[in-house]
Design a binder for this molecule. Sequence first.
Ligand SMILES: Nc1ncnc2c1ncn2[C@@H]1O[C@H](COP(=O)(O)OP(=O)(O)OP(=O)(O)O)[C@@H](O)[C@H]1O
Ligand SMILES: [Mg+2]
Length: 155
Amino acid sequence: MRIELIDEVMTRKLGKALAKSCPQSPFLVTLTGNLGAGKSHLARAFLKKLGVTDPIPSPTYTLCETYPINQKLTVSHLDLYRLEDPEELELMGFRDMLDGQGLLIEWPERAGPLMPTPDLDVHLIWHDQGRMCVVSAKSKKGERWLSALKVPQPE
Ligand SMILES: Nc1ncnc2c1ncn2[C@@H]1O[C@H](COP(=O)(O)OP(=O)(O)OP(=O)(O)O)[C@@H](O)[C@H]1O
Ligand SMILES: [Mg+2]
């Protein structure tokens, strides 16, 4: 699914729309695309829509920020750009996180073979006129999520 993101508002709308149809069980979303493409911006809107009221710092240096959402769901936002060794992920308890949490992961490629296939990949791209996003379902859960997604429209 391809969506034009003419401005930041649209990026936020997409983050919110993804949160609205988000599963109440562990999920994995990879946020891919170049530096500055809007991955953190989208993640922040997603987390806010899920009810996070605390500030949502970028996990650029901490690598991982965790947010309890409700009794069933905890969501972590990871940015692996500065991951030096995939081993570090093991030390962070990555395997348990995969089983028990919703995960939004920027720069998943840095994890190498430790990164499993996600439910959704949200790929943000710059092009001549601005930015766009390609959302792809990679699992059954991802397919259900995407089919329930109400695609945001520009104002
Ligand atoms: N659709 C859009 N149009 C214009 N600006 C946008 C859009 N989406 C996000 N931005 C802006 O782009 C800038 C970079 O966004 P952001 O930090 O989310 O990028 P990122 O993909 O997370 O980068 P990094 O790889 O460095 O973590 C922010 O200032 C954000 O407000
Ligand atoms: Mg970022």
